[in-house]
Design a protein around this ligand. Structure first.
Ligand code: ADP
Ligand code: MG
Length: 228
């Protein structure tokens, strides 16, 4: 179908464009926040000037956050394809978020069993898992901490990744909004994390099952069929 073909072409162009834009934006943001930090430490500035600098730093931070949630989402697909079993990625992402977990009194438990091998984009899967782990931790930061359970196993030619938190949970309505661009209930949220998760899991033809109870916690189950 011609219409569909044109549409997917356009999607590719958009995705490649945003990938390079994200890259180009990251460096100047880093430089800017570095100089702002330096300025903030100055002893000769007024109270008011310090407040402006702090506000600018917050805005730069926000821009950095949007870029980092979006960057891998936008990256062209063929770049980091691997034939592997997700174990490296689930564990790598887990190690990355440990400091963030400790900061919010969250205990992280990681269990793994044998898993199958399949083809996927390593960067995208890592970013996708980081987004899910981070959401789990953030769901527990106002409840005084909790436990994030991560497990990976196999079942009937599928790789099963389970991410469970003991956080605030979601209503049915909130669950139905997950993955909509810019949907966020957080004061400083981007609402891009779950969009990236859905897009990534969709690319590996997987499914996402969500079980959540308000005030109790949430479980995400990713089921990814192996590609022969
Ligand atoms: P952000 O984290 O920037 O808000 P996301 O796309 O990652 O954006 O998540 C969107 C929204 O989905 C969150 O603001 C939150 O309301 C909800 N959400 C996602 N994961 C969880 C979770 N584990 N527990 C409770 N709510 C969640
Ligand atoms: Mg998020």
């Amino acid at each position: 179908n011609r219409e569909q073909f044109i549409h997917s072409e356009r999607l590719n162009v958009v995705s490649e464009l945003s990938a390079s834009v994200s890259h180009e934006i990251r460096n100047p943001l880093t430089v800017t926040s570095g100089f702002l930090q330096l300025l903030k430490a100055s002893k000769t500035i007024t109270q008011e000037e310090r407040r402006y600098i702090e506000l600018s730093l917050l805005e730069v931070l926000r821009a950095e956050k949007i870029v980092s949630d979006y960057l891998s989402f936008a990256k062209p697909q063929s770049e980091n394809m691997v034939y592997s079993n997700f174990l490296t990625e689930t564990e790598y992402a887990k190690n990355l978020i440990i400091p963030y977990a400790i900061m919010h009194q969250v205990d992280v438990q990681f269990h793994f069993n044998n898993t199958l091998y399949t083809r996927y984009d390593q960067n995208q899967i890592q970013q996708c898992l980081i987004n899910l782990y981070k959401n789990g931790i953030e769901a527990m930061k106002d409840t005084g901490g909790g436990t994030l359970f991560i497990s990976i196993s196999e079942k009937e030619q599928n790789i099963i990744i389970k991410i469970q938190d003991t956080g605030i949970g979601m209503t049915r309505d909130q669950i139905s909004r997950l993955g909509k661009p810019y949907y966020s209930t957080k004061e400083k949220g981007t609402g891009l994390g779950m969009l990236m998760v859905y897009s990534t899991i969709n690319k590996v033809k997987g499914t996402i099952e969500i079980d959540s109870q308000k005030g109790k916690g949430t479980t995400f189950v990713l089921k990814i069929p192996i590609q022969p």
